[in-house]
Design a protein around this ligand. Structure first.
Ligand code: NAP
Length: 251
């Protein structure tokens, strides 16, 4: 990788929003460190090819963000390879639907482990490097569910509310070293997760009509806000959570 080029690390980069963010960041001029669970080598390699097609370099790594040891090893490897991490995008996440009444312990734990602790562990892993350089951008992919709470997604909503709160607190803890921490809260984005969540064409129509823009999101709709939070244009913005939902929710 070229030393002058900034490096963005994206978790959950093998598909969906993560892949779109990786390609969008490449288009914005970043080299990419792409990571995902070890089960997705081909999909992650495809994201890397799409980044390279934008003229930027991409390296791929395995990580389970719910393992602190894994996240520490990942960041050590990226720093050894690329020499710097300018932007961390915490995108990896899971959603399995269940009412709170029927929710089992393992599903509750998995959502907090991946969606919330995973963000914490990744931030803890990159912060010594970012503090050392007195610069850095962290962008957390939360969810509208974390603001509003959605039936069938209580455990997920709690995990994402945790991400929003973590974003606000961390921003205040690390701002004096020139590091910003912001969150993006997507509404309904038509990825595998978004489609599974809706279940039927009637549900798609219902939610399309519920948005001000009368459509659901594509993964590319999340790119602009993330690139903004990663860029110098957002230098005076930190601890914020931005809804990216086509006008589905207004708080
Ligand atoms: P997706 O298509 O399911 O992709 C999620 C990615 O995260 C997958 O590549 C997945 O790997 C990876 N991942 C899961 N657990 C991981 C772990 N422990 N360590 C590392 N990577 C892991 O989901 P998406 O729709 O693109 O969502 C991306 C982010 O946006 C998530 O944080 C999600 O909560 C959030 N979001 C999505 C929507 C929506 O409507 N789609 C709305 C609001 C927020 P595998 O492929 O191996 O499972």
């Amino acid at each position: 990788m070229n030393d002058a080029v900034q490096v963005a690390l994206v978790t959950g980069a093998s598909r969906g929003i993560g892949r779109a963010l990786a390609v969008g960041l490449a288009r914005a001029g970043y080299d990419l460190a792409l990571c995902d669970l070890a089960s997705q080598p081909e999909a992650l390699a495809e994201t890397a090819r799409q980044v390279q097609a934008e003229g930027r370099s991409a390296r791929t790594y395995d990580v389970d963000v719910s393992s602190k040891a894994d996240t520490q090893r990942l960041v050590e490897r990226v720093l050894a390879d690329a020499g710097r991490i300018d932007v961390l995008v915490n995108n990896a996440g899971i959603l399995k639907l269940s009412s709170l009444e029927d929710l089992d312990e393992a599903t509750w734990d998995a959502h907090q482990d991946v969606n919330t602790r995973g963000v914490l562990f990744m931030c803890q892993a990159v912060l010594p490097h970012m503090r050392g350089r007195k610069a850095g951008r962290i962008v957390n992919i939360a969810s509208l569910a974390g603001r509003q709470g959605v039936p069938g997604q209580g455990h997920y909503a709690v995990s994402k509310a945790g991400v929003i709160t973590l974003t606000r607190v961390l921003a205040q803890e690390v701002g004096s070293d020139g590091i910003t921490v912001n969150a993006v809260c997507p509404g309904i984005i038509l990825t595998e997760m978004g489609r599974n969540n809706l279940g039927s064409e009637e549900a798609v129509k219902h939610w399309e009509n519920a948005t001000a823009l009368h459509r659901l999101g594509d993964p590319e709709d999340v790119v602009g806000p993330v690139v903004f939070f990663a860029s110098p244009q957002s230098a005076f913005v930190t601890g914020q959570a931005l809804n990216v939902c086509g006008g589905l929710y207004f708080h």
